[in-house]
Design a binder for this molecule. Structure first.
Ligand code: IPM
Ligand code: MN
Length: 345
């Protein structure tokens, strides 16, 4: 049979709890067909307090020896802002070349959107994952003085844009509507915006059956709440994609349902699957967190690993759970167990 080497990073806060349920469902989904060998990595706030380390080169080498990574959440109020986000989460995304940050936005039957008339929502955001203002190309001078200047320079390379745009076109071509929307802000960010625009135009020649349009990011936020059904595939830069996918998560029923994959399409390093939500320290340890986003991330992981059957079964089990859950209040573990039970059927 197949075997999968899975690196598990539970991380901080509710990360531990939701990953537990993700693994429970993974187990139920693959049964005895696939041997899952997990390696738990102690990364996050606890490790940083104990050792001062976020992610060592040795950790990274360990992780690279796996087929995929399942991550819970990173971040804790006891650690200065940015230390774990940059030193751990973003370091993983950059070092493992996760240039496609894939974030589906789908309104499942039975799930209540905050929109009065949501329509049929089924799109996917292809968020660039290795460039933009996230690269850490910044600095400040005259810190603490009235003349302080703080810069975060957005880095956009032709290479980096072209590869993510090509991936987005391929995803659009594989979907029924075959439509791609570029989201940027080329009326203000003229240099980067123009490079993104020209790249979409050029790559479109390779995918002539895909239609495209363009929205400034501010206008995209309007459409995300007035007519989200208009979107099929969205391609956008790292920061715009970050903001737009939190909004998208809210629109399709809450961030507790929003899954993501940090994909390395060239498979030079393992891809990483994680819920879009954070560590939610306010509800950590109480068994209140919704593990659904993590479970849907597990489905994305199975798909990436070539286990499309198991992926489809997990998604169907989640869809069935969502269709029936209504306002029933359950613990994190109960949600995981009930979805796992559907898989064992
Ligand atoms: C996300 C998060 C991260 C991001 C933070 C925690 C660095 O908000 O995965 O969307 O900005 O990418
Ligand atoms: Mn975010």
């Amino acid at each position: 049979g197949t075997s999968v080497r899975l690196a598990v990073v539970r991380g901080d806060g509710i990360g531990t709890e939701v990953v537990e349920e993700g693994l429970k469902v993974l187990d139920a989904a693959v049964g005895s067909d696939v041997a899952i060998a997990t390696t738990e990595l102690d990364l996050g706030a606890r490790r940083w307090h104990a050792t001062g380390e976020t992610l060592t080169d040795a950790d990274l080498e360990t992780i690279k020896a796996h087929d995929a990574i399942l991550l819970g959440a990173i971040g804790d109020p006891s650690v200065p802002s940015g230390v774990l986000e940059r030193g751990l989460l973003l370091r993983l995304r950059f070092a493992l070349d996760h240039y496609v940050n894939l974030r589906p936005g789908r309104l499942y039957p039975g799930v209540r959107s905050p929109l009065a008339e949501p329509g049929d929502i089924d799109f996917v955001v292809v968020r660039e994952g290795t460039e933009g203002p996230y690269v850490g190309n910044g600095g400040s001078i005259r810190q603490g003085t009235p003349h302080e200047v703080a810069n975060e320079v957005s880095v956009n390379t032709a290479f980096g844009i072209e590869r993510v745009v090509r991936d987005a076109f391929a995803r659009a071509q594989a979907r029924p509507r075959k439509h791609l929307t570029l989201v940027h802000k080329h009326n203000v960010l003229v240099h980067a915006g123009d490079l993104w625009r020209r790249t979409v135009e050029a790559v479109n020649a390779e995918f002539p059956d895909v239609t495209t349009d363009y929205l400034h990011v501010d206008a995209a936020t309007i459409f995300m709440v007035t007519k989200p059904s208009r979107f099929d595939v969205i391609v956008t830069d790292n920061l715009f994609g970050d903001i737009l996918t939190d909004l998208a998560g809210a629109v399709v029923g809450g961030i507790g349902l929003a899954a993501s994959g940090n994909i390395n399409p060239d498979r030079t390093f393992p891809s990483m699957f994680e819920p879009v939500h954070g560590s939610a320290p306010d509800i950590a340890g109480q068994g209140k967190a919704d593990p659904t986003a993590t479970i849907l991330s597990v489905a994305m992981m199975l798909e990436h690993l070539g286990l499309a059957d198991a992926a489809a079964r997990v998604e169907a089990a989640v869809a069935a759970d969502l269709a029936e859950r209504g306002d029933r209040v359950r613990t994190t573990a109960d949600v995981g167990s009930e979805i796992a039970a559907r898989l064992r059927g």
